[in-house]
Design a protein around this ligand. Structure first.
Ligand SMILES: C[S@@+](CC[C@H](N)C(=O)[O-])C[C@H]1O[C@@H](n2cnc3c(N)ncnc32)[C@H](O)[C@@H]1O
Length: 242
């Protein structure tokens, strides 16, 4: 399949760079500090698919020494503009050779795998991440749950794409981000939990814990389905032994 990264785009990068943690994004990040403190020892982190640096700055605020990497020059340009002191690098898709083996306590990937097509490509990248994790290091992989693509949310709409309901792992799905100025649909790749499990196994990673955060009615957002359906899935992964 010929899949092109929708974030390779100046207008999208400009709109994304203004996003902080509204609505459904708040829910994606809400539990990460607790999850990180429960599982991660050490402070060397890589933000894989750092985009305009929102997730990188989030890790910095938690006290990590963070390197952000992305394949989109447009997204990185905005990240560097917002955070000139930050450490952001362009990488070639799937190539981790500029990063030292076994050097990170934490690799965070926030939404990045939603945009990576095929089992082969995902496994190649997971293996690359495994290579740069310290023996006791972890990957936290925050991804869209399949359900995000066929419901309405505080920050997303999918009602114009009823075909999403029939998508299988590896198919393209469309979603509109309500909170940004750029209302063109984002094209993601659907990947179900059983496919993730199989891809992790192929890549020498094992699931330590899976979180599916739900919103609370006491939170100051106009939740749509977030209190009963989890739009995000957060996997905490470790290296399987050699
Ligand atoms: C939805 S954005 C998320 C950005 C950031 N993690 C955040 O939470 O704000 C996804 C990012 O993943 C990047 N990306 C997609 N495929 C990638 C790949 N193969 N390697 C590295 N980054 C990739 C895109 O360019 C985009 O910047």
């Amino acid at each position: 399949m010929d899949f092109s990264n929708v974030y390779e785009d100046a207008r999208r990068a400009e709109a994304y760079s203004k996003l902080e943690f509204p609505g459904t994004y708040y829910l994606a990040y809400r539990d990460l500090p607790g999850i990180i403190s429960d599982h991660i020892e050490g402070f060397d982190a890589l933000d894989f698919g750092c985009g305009t640096g929102r997730s990188t700055r989030f890790l910095q605020r938690l006290g990590f020494n963070v390197v952000g990497v992305d394949i989109s020059e447009e997204m990185l340009r905005k990240a560097r503009e917002i955070d000139p002191e930050g450490n952001y690098h362009l990488i070639v898709d799937g190539d981790f050779s500029q990063l030292k083996r076994k050097s990170f306590d934490l690799v965070l990937s926030a939404f990045t795998f939603d945009n990576i097509p095929t089992m082969k490509k995902k496994a190649e990248i997971f293996k690359g991440i495994r290579r740069i994790l310290k023996n006791q290091g972890h990957l936290i992989n925050l991804v869209s749950s399949p359900e995000i693509y066929f419901h309405e949310w505080a920050s997303f709409s999918t009602k114009d794409f009823p075909e999403n309901k029939h998508a299988k792992s590896g198919d393209e799905v469309r979603i509109i981000q309500i909170d940004t100025e750029d209302k063109r649909p984002v094209i993601d790749i659907l990947w179900t939990p059983d496919y993730y499990q199989a891809t992790y196994e192929k890549s020498g990673l094992n699931i330590i814990e899976t979180y599916k955060p739900l919103a609370k009615t006491s939170e100051p957002y106009r939740w749509v389905n977030e209190t009963r359906i989890a739009p995000w899935t957060i996997y905490v992964l470790g290296r399987t032994s050699e």
